[in-house]
Design a protein around this ligand. Sequence first.
Ligand code: DC
Length: 241
Amino acid sequence: MTRSAMQARSEGASVAPTTQRRLIVTLDGPAGAGKSTVAKLLAARLGYLYLDTGALYRAVAWKVREAGVNPSDAAAVAGVLPTTKVALEYRPDRPLVSVDGRDVTEEIRQPEISRLASLVAAIPAVREWLLPVQRQIGSAGGIVADGRDLGTRIFPQAQAKFFLDADVATRAARRHHDLAEVGQASRLEETRQEIEIRDRQDRTRELAPLVPAPDAVLVDSSALTVQQVVDRLSDVIATKL
Ligand code: DC
C-alpha cells in the first residue's frame, strides 16, 4: 500500500505552489455527510493527495467476509490480518482498492460491506493494524484525509481539521442517490436505518469513536451545496497556508 500511495503523494506535490506549506487536512464525520465528495474536490484544488480511510476498513471487511470469519469475533478477525494485503493505488479518477491482489474497488461499496466495515472498525486490532499505514501516507503533509478519527487520533497534529455533519434525512437521501448512481438499487427507508445503525456503532465504540476533535471546525452541510462546503473549507485552509 505504502509505496504506491507515497508515489501518488509526490505526484500531487508537483502541482502545488512551492511557496506554500503542505498541510495535513482532516475531514471527519458520519456516513453520508459528503466527506468524500468534498475531500476529493479539496484535494484537487490544493494539488494534494486524497486519502479515503473508509476504503481501508471496507477492504478489511471484504477480507473478513471472504474468509468466512464472524465480523464480531475480535480474535478471529485479528487472525486474518497477518495474511491480508491491502493496496490503494492512486489513479486520477478513482483510487483502485485491492485485497490480496484482487480488485475490490466496486465490491467494497456494497451496503453489506458498509455494515461489516463498521463492525470490524470497532475491533482494536484492526485499528492498530491500519494506524501506521495511514500515518505513513499522510505525515509528510499535502494530504486531505477523510474518515472518523483522523483529527482525533491519526493526525492530531493536522493544521486544518473539519467535522462535517448533516441531518440524517439528508444523509440517507445522498447515500440513496450515490448507490443508484453505481447501479445499486436501495430503499430510502432501509438506507436511513442502515445509516442510523452505523452511526450509533461508530459514535459509541470504545476505541476512537466518531467525535469532533476539540480544534475541528464544525460544518453542517444539510442546507449547503457541495460547492458552498468546499468554499467554506477552502477559506479556512487559506488562513493556514
Ligand atoms: O467512510 P466509510 O463509510 O467508507 O467508512 C466505512 C466504515 O469504516 C464506517 O462505518 C466506520 C469505519 N471507519 C472508521 O472507523 N474510521 C475511519 N477513519 C474510517 C472509517
